[in-house]
Design a protein around this ligand. Sequence first.
Ligand SMILES: Nc1ncnc2c1ncn2[C@@H]1O[C@H](COP(=O)(O)OP(=O)(O)OP(=O)(O)O)[C@@H](O)[C@H]1O
Ligand SMILES: [Mg+2]
Length: 226
Amino acid sequence: MNTHALEFRNVSKVYETDGGDRLAALDEVSFVIEPGKTVAIVGRSGSGKSTLLHMAAGIDIPTSGDVSIDGQLLADLSEGDRTLLRRNRIGLIFQFFYLMQHLSVYDNVALPSMIAGDAPGLVEPRVMELLERVGMADRSRDRVQKLSGGEMQRVAICRALLKRPRLLLADEPTGNLDDENGRMVMELILSLAREENGTLIYVTHSPDFAGMADETMQIHSGKVIA
Ligand SMILES: Nc1ncnc2c1ncn2[C@@H]1O[C@H](COP(=O)(O)OP(=O)(O)OP(=O)(O)O)[C@@H](O)[C@H]1O
Ligand SMILES: [Mg+2]
């Protein structure tokens, strides 16, 4: 049985541009990532990094080829089941955080469990454990709109990890932060992923941050070149 955390087999994604041209954002990409690994994806702007993460998360489907998570072929799932898999097994972290500005830090982190209808008694210790871990426990009642960028990203990391996802996907998680906050956030994501035995894939433009991963994957014009 296939137990790779993530597998791409000949995955292509072709977009139709407004000018009517066909643009291969991903071109016959194949790779496997083993459970518990941390992988940095690097490559120039427009090379296909975000497209790759979207395919991995099942947010979008490939034009051709197969994506599987823990041996489960995403194409075999209905859209509803893909959404459930994403909620339960995948944690997503983005450059612009995407938090609910008017909600508290606590509620933002707890949101995935509220949506899933998990028992509040089980959710609270998990939320507080994570906030504690990123140094934000004393801000749990504050509205997110009061926070700095680095603090917002730390909250977004807690939200992504809440349901103990097996696969953590982060698209330029430090892209909107200064060097010092970027480094702190990068170190937190890596150490939390490792502590929780998750597989982590993150996109970064920083060679320094890429070097912190177990493996690096370089993308050029939609192809994996190393
Ligand atoms: N929905 C879309 N429709 C048409 N073209 C798209 C779409 N999404 C992405 N593309 C194109 O696919 C290519 C890859 O885009 P992608 O966002 O994956 O690049 P990226 O490597 O993440 O770049 P960046 O470092 O700037 O974030 C680009 O040329 C982009 O313009
Ligand atoms: Mg991108």
